[in-house]
Design a protein around this ligand. Structure first.
Ligand code: AMP
Length: 456
């Protein structure tokens, strides 16, 4: 997970980067950081918690410079310790280098061994630190070639932004797992995980960085280089970004997320219709878009059957199980007067552990629903993600251990229908997606001796 931002050639680069974090806050709520460079010095702000709450105006205005990068963190590797807040900032041959990373590397063990045998001392427990060690140990000349040479040594998923003195660099792994978009703001350029960040800055969306592309931005000049391996690598963008993770107002993977989610709902209605329902509702907010598509396809009323408490973040985002369960209870309240005595179709984007879904269905049942038919706008999640989505070990993934009927019994619904794999991919504009969490077929080799990639 995680969100990244880069700003070049703007007199308030750090302020713009902060707006970017604001828009990308959903990608990680644990910690955030900004690094700027003013031509002489770097300026750093890092805090645990939400950037939108923790960063003060005065802190941000101290971050001088025309170039900045920023990061918002959700940990998939490395602990929540403060040393693990990005961007990572180092000095190499008197030049400041800062890196912010979204994704998960898969050949970390091999790289750690090699780098440590070569004398590297790691300061954090994040796989992202590997980038700066490789930068220090790879001969450098031309900046883009240097980056290409470094990135060819790394496997797995990464979208990264770097600051090398006053140069901003952005790169995406050859599979294009995680999104990274390029925008224009005045004379300068912006990089951000999702295009919704540009809207807040009033920047113009230009395009996505291509898989395997490295863009080097100095002032208002931009240059691209490509990793040689990109040519022979099949695209594998994370389909779960479209299903759940990205914001619906973002443009990623050549599509608009809101429209993709509605199309998933339409397809779900074709595969698992409930024609005699009183209404269709989504589990807010993530289930609403597919619910709308589902209802429109079957000409059924769409209702907002649960009201969200806006002062609570996403339930899964706190890593501990206790907090997750507490948040499940406080987040949504069903409208009893609407639900009582009704046959209801409840649409959810996905089921991971099943805990949230079970709680939600219990609440809808307690509100007096006569029948509950649950529909899921993706297939059963059966395998962990090694590329940056925090899907737990197979032990915790409910669909790894139970059949659809067993899940229906556990959640206590009258019927349960998951969108098929073919149905899901058929509504995507491009078929180069990673679907490993639904199939167990991983596009990049994953560590064999571990159920879930963990560095600690
Ligand atoms: P549950 O029924 O407990 O599996 O929760 C399902 C809800 O949590 C759905 O809206 C999921 O999309 C959402 N979710 C998304 N990502 C994760 C994750 N990494 N871990 C747990 N739940 C997630």
């Amino acid at each position: 997970m995680c969100g990244i931002v880069g700003v070049s050639h703007h007199k308030q680069a750090a302020q713009m980067a902060f707006l970017g974090l604001y828009a990308l806050q959903h990608r990680g709520e644990e910690a955030a950081g900004i690094v700027s460079y003013d031509g002489k010095d770097t300026h750093v702000l890092k805090k645990a918690g939400l950037a939108v709450d923790e960063f003060e105006e005065a802190d941000i205005s101290r971050l001088k410079g025309h170039v900045a990068i920023a990061h918002t963190r959700y940990s998939t590797t490395g602990s929540s310790h403060s040393k693990n807040i990005q961007p990572i900032l180092v000095t190499h041959r008197k030049k400041p280098i800062a890196v912010a990373h979204n994704g998960n590397l898969t050949n970390t063990e091999e790289l750690y061994t090699r780098l440590e045998n070569d004398g590297s001392i790691f300061q954090t427990s994040m796989d992202s630190e590997i980038f700066v060690h490789l930068l220090a140990k790879t001969p450098n000349g031309n900046l883009s070639q240097w980056l290409v040479n470094v990135l060819e040594q790394v496997k797995g998923s990464y979208s990264i932004v770097l600051l090398v003195e006053d140069t901003l660099i952005g790169a995406r792994d050859p599979h294009g797992f995680r999104p990274l978009c390029l925008g224009k703001l005045g004379d300068g350029y912006i990089l951000a995980s999702e295009s919704c960040a540009f809207d807040l800055m009033k920047a113009e969306f230009i395009r996505e960085i291509a898989p395997g592309e490295v863009v080097v931005i100095k002032g208002n000049k931009i240059e691209s280089a490509f990793m040689p391996s990109a040519k022979s690598t099949k695209r594998a963008s994370c389909i779960f970004e479209n299903i759940y993770f990205a914001r619906p107002d973002s443009q990623i993977f050549d599509d608009n997320v809101y429209q993709v989610r509605k199309r998933l709902g339409v397809q779900l209605a074709k595969e698992f219709p409930v024609n005699k329902a009183d209404f269709v509702m989504g589990i807010p907010d993530s289930g609403n878009y597919a619910a709308l598509g589902y209802a429109q396809q079957l000409n059924l009323p769409f209702e907002i059957g649960m009201i969200r408490n806006h002062y609570i973040g996403r339930t899964f985002i706190q890593p501990s199980q206790f907090l997750r369960e507490f948040r499940v209870r406080v987040k949504l309240n069903p409208i009893r007067e609407l639900i009582k005595g009704k046959v209801v179709v409840v649409v959810e984007d996905s089921i991971v552990r099943g805990t949230t879904s079970k709680n939600r269905i219990d609440e809808i049942r307690e509100a007096g629903a006569k029948e509950i038919h649950m529909r899921i706008s993706c297939p059963p999640i059966i395998s962990p993600c090694f590329y940056g989505i925090d899907f737990p070990s197979t032990k915790e993934l409910i669909a790894h251990n139970k059949t659809v009927q067993e899940i229906a019994d556990f959640i206590k619904v009258d019927s349960l229908g998951y969108l098929s794999l073919e149905g899901m991919t058929s509504v995507m504009k491009d078929n180069g997606f990673c679907t490993a969490c639904f199939t167990g077929h991983y596009p990049v080799a994953v560590p064999t001796n571990t159920d879930k990639l963990k560095l600690e």
